[in-house]
Design a protein around this ligand. Structure first.
Ligand SMILES: [Zn+2]
Length: 318
């Protein structure tokens, strides 16, 4: 229990200070043109925070960290999130989206257990029948919140699953660290056997963090991080076409330039986790303060990458 039950601010989740943006001498800061890129056959839609809908050819849909309910927590206010904020799920909103066919899912990928990532997953899994991937802690939380047990698939990072022409690679990753002691907010784990129901947001433990790469039949790939940190060695050799990159990362040495270099300077970088989720999804996204710094860092480190900002519920077609 690192941060106890103190209120945590936005620094607790993403951090806020400047990102180092220097390129290394002798390394070209441009998108790699050495190998031809696969056909862009994937469409993305942003549902705010780190909620992404990835539509693959053939009609398969992958959701990452879908959180549509967006109850008020004060995360990005001066006081920070109230750890005793009760967890809520807006079933009417989810029913409307799923029953109308606007939102479907074959897979739901969970990056970590925090409230702004996991809260809606049990009900969305029940409604859509999707397979859910997460760590033991994430699955423990999901089960305790009523997710259908037979739909849950445990992962530790390193898995590379192939489905009907497309593939999902699970990567060991890291949550953002914050403050002078570089701590993770609501840190901790719980075993699968534990079934007490989470009631407030501090019950939703981080539980390890995963990243995901989704690869379409053409080889076109989208890489997502749900927290502003990563394990560099896990990413060796990956060449995503689209990088979904969270704002923040102030405690991570060379957060943006080291990542873009490791990934071979992806053609598209799309910011994620940059909106203040105290405000509704049907309004334009409001920057909590990290977007401009992220853009500057990406432009400096990889001028050949297109930095594409999408708004709530907007499609991105590479
Ligand atoms: Zn988090």
């Amino acid at each position: 229990m690192s941060e106890g039950r103190n209120r945590i601010g936005r620094r607790g989740f993403l951090g806020a200070s400047a990102v180092l943006a220097a390129s290394l001498p002798g390394i070209p800061a441009t998108a790699s043109a050495a190998t031809p890129r696969p056909k862009a056959d994937t469409t993305l839609r942003w549902w705010g925070n780190n909620s992404w809908e990835i539509r693959l050819p053939g009609g398969k849909v992958v959701l990452i960290d879908p959180w549509l309910t967006r109850f008020k927590t004060g995360t990005y206010s001066k006081e920070g999130a109230d750890p005793d904020t009760r967890i809520e799920v807006d079933r009417r909103l989810i029913d409307g989206l799923v029953d109308s066919g606007e939102l479907r899912a074959d897979h739901i990928l969970v990056t970590h257990g925090h409230y702004d990532h996991i809260t809606d997953v049990p009900y969305l899994a029940e409604k859509t029948g999707a397979t859910v991937i997460g760590t033991e802690t994430h699955l423990s939380l999901l089960l305790a919140l009523g997710a259908p047990e037979d739909q849950l698939a445990i992962a530790t990072g390193g898995e590379f699953h192939t489905f009907d022409g497309y593939a999902i690679r699970v990567l060991r990753s890291l949550h953002s660290a914050s403050g002078d002691r570089a701590k993770v907010a609501f840190a901790g784990t719980r075993p699968l056997s534990r079934r007490d129901r989470p009631r407030v947001i501090s019950d939703l433990l981080e539980g390890g963090t995963l990243a995901y790469q989704v690869r379409s039949p053409s080889g076109f790939s989208v890489l997502n991080f749900g927290g502003s940190n990563y394990v560099e060695s896990e990413l060796a050799g990956l060449r995503p076409d689209v990088l979904l990159l969270p704002a923040g990362g102030d405690r991570v040495a060379e957060y943006v330039p080291r990542l873009l270099r490791t990934l071979g300077f992806p053609p598209y970088v799309v910011p994620t986790h940059w909106d203040d989720f105290d405000f509704p999804l049907d309004e334009p996204a409001r920057d909590w303060g990290g977007l401009a710094r992220l853009r500057d860092a990406v432009t400096a480190a990889s001028p050949g990458s297109a930095f594409r900002v999408v708004d709530h519920r907007e499609m991105f077609e590479p």
